[in-house]
Design a protein around this ligand. Structure first.
Ligand code: DGL
Length: 276
């Protein structure tokens, strides 16, 4: 006898894999979850290779191509979000060419920042690697719209953000020194807009606002990335069911998450899973 279904079958919720070198991608993850709370998620932190900002380009591309293939084979995501500027600006075209899957990348939000600047002085704060990339230079050539764009490569902020999420004490002077070059003055004009071109930095946003020598607009790309995700997987259906257990956060090092980190992850609706 044919099997009878009493209710209309709902399509399965899509599986979205959100990937970063560490915990910065959580700032993108939380925006995507707000837009599609019913979807299934896997968060992957490549902590075994962190920080990406200090890796040579060739080794990083090789790592990303290999690891992405392994993650696709292990989890079969419907969508792969590279929640990392340092990875996206070097490997996104190659990942798209190699794997038949939809990828959403994260690249410096230079266009909206320059559109919104009134003083026409904009800074881009990213890892040293991201600010050097040709991808970033091309965004400035194409979208600066007459703004003077100052590139500021930070060696330490991503690591400080990781520590903040583990509830470690962060020295304000270290943060102040990293952001100081973003604040430019030319005659009567001062920088009014700073692009957060590393997904780790919004984890420090309250501190960044407090330590800024004057108020500026900090541009976080996460809401725009969440909108792009919805363009690709659609909005939740009106009768969507919400997941009953927290999504998994996988750490490539396999190190167990210390209790402070587990608490930090729980604030983002994630539970650590070291099995990979
Ligand atoms: N979260 C990464 C980004 O957006 C960078 C951190 C790292 O250096 O690994 O660029």
């Amino acid at each position: 006898m044919p099997k009878r279904t009493s209710a209309i079958e709902r399509p399965p919720a899509p599986l979205v894999l959100v990937f970063d070198s560490g915990l910065g991608g959580l700032t993108v993850f939380r925006e995507i979850v707000k837009a599609r709370p019913d979807a299934s998620y896997v968060y992957v932190a490549d902590d075994a290779f962190f920080p990406y900002g200090q890796r040579a380009e060739a080794e990083l591309v090789e790592r990303l191509l290999t690891l992405t293939g392994e993650l696709i084979a292990a989890h079969h995501p419907d969508l792969f979000v590279i929640a990392c500027n340092t990875a996206s600006t070097i490997a996104l075209p190659q990942l798209r060419a190699r794997y038949a899957l939809a990828f959403v990348g994260t690249v410096p939000a230079i266009k909206p920042a320059c559109s919104g600047s009134r003083t026409m002085l904009v800074s881009v704060l990213g890892t040293r690697a991201t600010v050097k990339r040709e991808y970033t230079q091309a965004l400035i050539r194409d979208y600066a719209q007459g703004c003077a764009v100052t590139l500021v490569g930070s060696a330490r902020l991503a690591d400080l953000a990781e520590r903040a999420l583990r509830y470690e004490t962060i020295d304000d002077d270290l943060v102040r020194a990293e952001i100081a070059p973003c604040f430019q003055e030319t005659g009567a004009r001062r920088t009014d807009t700073i692009v957060l071109a590393c997904t780790h930095y919004p984890l420090l946003i309250e501190r960044l606002r407090r330590l800024a020598p004057w108020p500026v607009a900090w541009v976080d790309p996460a809401p725009a990335i969440a909108r792009r995700v919805i363009d690709l997987i659609g909005p939740p259906s009106p009768d969507a069911r919400m997941p009953t257990s927290p999504a998994r956060a996988i750490f490539t090092s396999g190190h167990p998450a210390p209790p402070a980190l587990a608490t930090g992850l729980a604030a983002f609706g994630l539970a650590p899973d070291v099995q990979g």
